[in-house]
Design a protein around this ligand. Structure first.
Ligand SMILES: Cc1cc2nc3c(=O)[nH]c(=O)nc-3n(C[C@H](O)[C@H](O)[C@H](O)COP(=O)(O)OP(=O)(O)OC[C@H]3O[C@@H](n4cnc5c(N)ncnc54)[C@H](O)[C@@H]3O)c2cc1C
Length: 359
């Protein structure tokens, strides 16, 4: 891409990808009065989008970010407090008594560890929030196919051939990030030959704000409570196991599936039934060796992918977003170049060790 071919540079931050991390990034930076240009290959039309049936256990620091953006009051309506964490370990076989342990948030003098919120509600509320901001331009159906960092600005090109300029490009383009690839930033990946099966259930017993993780050979089966304003108990299940086993379970008809669900949950929530569709996600661990390139910052799954166990993935991404936002605001207040190497090295140094610890 030639410098001459590009239109005039401006002070915008360019965000590649409006998945859940891109939306949170765009919202927080827009709230902090940065001028933002977002690019997302998926269509804007909800009909053409695949609904994300996952829920996220947002830990308390993530909730503070939603409060800072100003969307917590809307999200709270869908937010189930997570007060108790219970682990039941059958990995020594079903014949012996399982090892059981429970942690309550009160033990560390807090009301809850965090809140479980459906991803689709987070996406809806943040998408509506972005529409209210004048300092943000969202381009849907627009995949970034190339980018080039110059000394004083960065230029990106979309699939349709249009060029856009800014000071910094933030890669929220997911685990197969092409921006990371073009920057020649190495990433290390481990595959477990496992899938995560996600679905919603109704159950007889009250969940009492408890998350229950049942450990068995093959992988954890986790029951995470959901908030509903109806007289019935709902939870999300994340069931991790070997690819072959999950595929077989998915092929079962509803009655056979409910039977295996009842056995697998050891009756901890009483009669339990599938409610709605199932979704399957590959389980990997991956992390990038470096979180920046020339006028480029990597965050969220472009930087790190973690298995769902322990609710680390998106919470770690939100910590990346919060850190980068603070560093950029400070650089702006000191009239520094927000895409400059020294600013991005600071972000890299702040986050790389913490992400490594999680893995
Ligand atoms: C079963 C399961 C349960 C989980 N539960 C939790 C939990 O409880 N707590 C937690 O913290 N984490 C959890 N996670 C992790 C969390 O869901 C992920 O971290 C998160 O969904 C990743 O979002 P993302 O925006 O980084 O990536 P993605 O959702 O992959 O978004 C990337 C976006 O970039 C776009 N894109 C791709 N290429 C380009 C391009 N060239 N130009 C522009 N845009 C592009 C894509 O279209 C996409 O919209 C869970 C994960 C799984 C699998």
């Amino acid at each position: 891409m030639s410098k001459k071919a590009c239109s005039e540079a401006d002070d915008s931050i360019i965000i590649a990808g409006l998945g859940i991390s891109g939306l949170i990034t765009a919202s927080l930076l827009a709230k902090n009065d940065f001028s933002i240009k977002c690019f997302e290959p998926m269509s804007k039309s909800p009909k053409k989008q695949v609904v994300d049936r996952r829920t996220t256990a947002f830990l308390n620091p993530a909730i503070e970010v939603f409060k800072e953006i100003g969307v917590w009051a809307q999200l709270e309506k869908f937010a189930q407090p997570l007060s108790t964490m219970e682990i039941i370990d059958f990995s020594n076989g079903q014949s012996s008594e399982p090892a059981k342990t429970r942690f309550n948030a009160k033990e560390i003098s807090i009301s809850q560890f965090g809140f479980n919120i459906p991803n689709k509600e987070v996406v809806n509320i943040l998408s509506k929030y972005l529409k209210t901001k004048k300092n943000i331009e969202c381009n849907f159906g627009a995949k970034i196919v190339s980018h080039y960092g110059y000394d004083d600005f960065i230029s990106v090109k979309t699939e349709s051939g249009s060029n856009y300029n800014g000071k910094l490009l933030i890669a929220c383009d997911g685990r197969n990030s092409l921006i990371r690839e073009r920057e020649k930033i190495k990433s290390f990946s481990t595959s477990y030959n496992q899938l995560g099966l996600v679905f919603e259930v109704t159950h007889k017993f009250n969940h009492n704000n408890t998350t229950t993780e049942i450990l068995e050979n093959g992988g954890p089966f986790t029951i995470i409570p959901l908030k509903r304003n109806v007289n019935c108990n709902y939870s999300t299940i994340v069931w991790m196991n070997y690819t072959k086993n999950i595929r077989e379970i998915c092929d079962l008809d509803q009655s056979a599936f409910n039977k295996i669900l009842q056995e697998k949950s050891y009756n901890v929530r009483g009669t339990i039934k599938l409610n709605g569709e199932k979704q399957v996600y590959p389980i990997i661990t991956q992390f990038a060796k470096r979180l920046y390139g020339k006028r480029v910052a990597l965050l969220a799954e472009s930087a790190h992918v973690m298995p769902p166990t322990g609710a680390q993935g998106l919470n770690t991404s939100i910590e990346d977003i919060r850190t980068l936002s603070k560093i950029l605001a400070k650089a702006r207040s000191e009239e520094k170049d927000i895409g400059g190497n020294s600013v991005l090295m600071k972000y890299n140094k702040s986050r790389l060790n913490s992400i490594g610890f999680c893995i």
